[in-house]
Each structure stands twice: as structure tokens, then as C-alpha cells.
Design a protein. Sequence first.
Length: 324
Amino acid sequence: MSRIHVLHENPAWLPPLAEAFDRNGLPWTEWFLHEGTFDLAAPPPPGVFYNRMSASSHTRDHRYSAELTAAVLAWLTRWGRRVVNGPGALDLEISKVRQYAALEQHGVATPRTVLVAGRGTIAAAAERYYPGQPVIMKPNRGGKGLGVQLFASSDSLAAFVESDAWQAPVDGLTLLQEYVRAPRPVITRAEFVGGRFLYAVEVDTSGGFELCPADVCAIGDANCPVGEAPRDKFTIVEGIPDPLRMRLERFLAVTGIDVAGIEFISDAAGRTLVYDVNTNTNYNPDAEHRAGLAGTDRSGPGAIAAFLKRNLARVAGESLPPGA
Ligand SMILES: Nc1ncnc2c1ncn2[C@@H]1O[C@H](COP(=O)(O)OP(=O)(O)O)[C@@H](O)[C@H]1O
Ligand SMILES: [Mg+2]
């Protein structure tokens, strides 16, 4: 029987999707890609495959899940299976440098970024490219904001890199990036499903850089000053400017990405810079509830279920004999 196969490595992120699939009566199963055996000569089961491999998989003790997923996707595509967020999506998920190259190629501006390999060369690169300026240091393979740090100057960055607190990025690649100063402490994350804009959510960054929207990632109100009402961290907003939306949709079409959350910041000078493409995107249930989207096809999980349902119907139609 044709079904939806969800490829992932974090069970904690599945429940909202499971709920939407079940509400739509969709047949589905999960593939937990941490360990496994795959006979490359045998055809994969029928159905639609939805890749949700995450750039941060190595932080959950799944160091090789991304590599395993790339191999499994090659097997699936060799057998002609429909893969949602296929090899092109995984390729960008695990490399910000490749994201930025593809974005710039499609006319989408990204922050000025310097790629550095080798711990011993980072301090000198910061001094050379960001003298006397604040600088953001982040791993090339990111996720959840882990390892993203703002330094007031290249001196404080140099001291950090030489200290015991330094942790090498999993792929050995470090990015030094211009600090984009927003007039208000917010970033915008635009959600796309089936390659089309769904909604945008404004995220309050005053509590730090770890911005995972999933409920299971919530860190509570620890950052809320005593006596102040906690502000909602995620708020769904009207939309994004048409030219940006159209460029991003084109970028997604060309790179083969069906589902993504794309993050950008606008600075006081009016520049809008895209700095993160999440092909494994999670949605904030409270924000969706407040916007009246929860449980509908306009929520993130609801839109994904509807999109996969259409794909499943197409695949099932293709496997019918002609004229049936
Ligand atoms: N160049 C930048 N200027 C200002 N803030 C940034 C910049 N890059 C990242 N940040 C902040 O850090 C957060 C995490 O960075 P991001 O590049 O999205 O890493 P990840 O892939 O781990 O989510 C962002 O959502 C934003 O709040
Ligand atoms: Mg991010």
C-alpha cells in the first residue's frame, strides 16, 4: 500500500505532524534514520517520502544521520520515488555556505560572510575582515542557534577561540558574519509548503539566539524580567514583501525544496538579509492558535498534510494501469 514515509532523526518533533496526518486519514509511517540496513538492489516501498533530516542531528548523538539520509535519498531517487525535500534540500540544510551561494545566485541578499577552516586562522580572519566591529561567529552546519555567538570585537572573539569553551564545528567550517542590527529585536521566519509562501512569523530575539519554534524546544520564561508580563516569542504576521516572496519561491523551485522556513533580518538602513534556510521546519502551536490557523490547512502541519496528500494521490494514480 502506498503511504507517506517520514524520514527523520528526532521523534520529539513528530507529534504535530502525526496529528495532522491522522486528522486527514492519511496512511503514514516513520523512518528513524540513525541506524539501519538498506538493500540497494531492492525497490523501496511504494509511496511518498518526506525528508525531515535536521542540520542539528549531530547534537542529539546522531552524528551520521545526515550522511545516512543522503545515501537513502540517492537510493529512493534511483528507484524513481517521489521525495519531498529531496537531495537538493538536504544539501542546503547541512551547509550555510551552500545556502548563501544559492540564495545570492537567485538575487536574494545575505549578510557578508567569511568562511574559515582551521581553529588557528579564525582570530586573524576576524581581525582582517571585521576590525573594530562586532562580528557573529556560527558553524556552517547549524541548527537551533547552537554555537551562534555575537562578539563585540575581534579581540573578544580571539580570546574565546583560544579558550577551553571553544567547540569545533562538526564539519570543521566556521563562518564569520556581519552583525545585522535590527531596530527592534526581532527576526522574521517565512514558512513555505509545496514551494509556496504559507505565512510569516516574527520571532522575538531578546532572549538569545536559540529560536527553535517547536513546543519541545521551549526554554520557558527564564528570560522574562520579574514583574513584566511575558511577551509572546512567536507572532504570525501579515506577510512579506512580494518581491522577496517571489525570489524565495523561485530559489526553492530551482533548488528542489518543497518545505522550508527561511529566516531574515531587516536593519535600520532598510536592507533585508536572509541568513538561514531550514528545510526541517517546526511550527509554533501557540502562535498558530492565536492566529486562528491551528487545526486548519493553513497551519504548518495542516498544509504539509494537504501537500503530501496531493502527492500521494498522484503517486497512487501513476501506479494504476493505463485506463484504470
Ligand atoms: N548575521 C546576524 N546578525 C544578527 N543576528 C544574527 C545573525 N545571524 C544569526 N543571528 C541570530 O542568531 C540566530 C541563529 O542563527 P542562525 O543562522 O539562524 O543559526 P541556526 O541555523 O543554528 O538557526 C538567528 O535567528 C538570529 O537571531
Ligand atoms: Mg535559524
